[in-house]
Design a protein around this ligand. Structure first.
Ligand SMILES: Nc1nc2c(ncn2[C@@H]2O[C@H](COP(=O)(O)OP(=O)(O)OP(=O)(O)O)[C@@H](O)[C@H]2O)c(=O)[nH]1
Length: 216
């Protein structure tokens, strides 16, 4: 059965918050923090926060302490209320970032989105949220077979607990945390009405240049 995404109204449901992940070192991005890299004049993290702002007014940004001032500057004037979750220990991987962000999130569910996905479609977040209700989360399996764990919706407490357990384990991938929760899988090929670019992640200067050609 095809999933039809509806045009999202500003969410009146106060059980959804968001965590935007920005604590990585952007090692593939040559020189500079990709969160702050401008796509047609707007920092990527600002694009993510503004898009997420269509479905929640409560956004937690996870980053390292040395990023805080610059990220805060990039987000100044955003409509959503922004709170920061600073990594207690940097460079412990995305699971640690998700954990820090979820610990700061005050809503029952959280959309977790990487800062390098400037085309994230709020309609997809609404669809994921609908499907995550009564479960611990909803993720999309991409056509490549990869589970897209950093554009997903999780039940905040359950995923925070799973991340805490995973951080200390030998297998500390986000996928390992996912195995510890009751998560529903949606299939990319069955999504309808979603911006095709939603899962595009801009990891390199080259992909940033390519994306610039596609910004409306
Ligand atoms: N807090 C935290 N977040 C991380 C860490 N590593 C990656 N992330 C975040 O997880 C998301 C996906 O990671 P990547 O796309 O690999 O980002 P990255 O690690 O900055 O980039 P590369 O160094 O080029 O791999 C991004 O939003 C990152 O900010 C980490 O060690 N700590």
């Amino acid at each position: 059965m095809a999933l039809v995404a509806h045009s999202p109204p500003v969410s009146a449901d106060r059980s959804l918050g968001a965590v935007v992940l920005a604590g990585g070192y952007s090692r593939r991005f040559d020189d500079g923090d990709k969160a702050l890299a401008e796509l047609e004049g707007t920092p990527m993290i600002r694009r993510v926060v503004d898009r997420i702002g269509a479905v929640t007014d409560d956004v937690v940004v996870n980053c390292r302490s040395d990023q805080r001032d610059s990220v805060e500057g990039a987000l100044s004037g955003a409509d959503a209320t922004i709170r920061f979750a600073i990594d207690p220990v940097p460079d412990r991987g995305p699971v640690a970032g998700i954990h820090a962000g979820l610990e700061e999130c005050e809503r029952e569910y959280a959309a977790v989105v990487a800062c390098d996905m400037p085309f994230v479609d709020p309609a997809l977040i609404e669809t994921l949220f609908d499907r995550a209700r009564e479960r611990d989360g909803a993720v999309v399996e991409l056509e490549s077979g990869w589970l897209q764990t950093t554009q997903a919706v999780y039940r905040t407490a359950a995923m925070a607990r799973a991340c805490a357990e995973t951080m200390g384990a030998e297998d500390n991938r986000v996928l390992a945390a996912l195995e510890k929760i009751d998560c529903v899988t949606l299939y990319e090929r069955a999504l309808e009405g979603i911006d095709q670019r939603t899962f595009e992640s801009i990891d390199t200067r080259e992909s940033l240049r390519a994306a610039e050609k596609r910004v409306e």
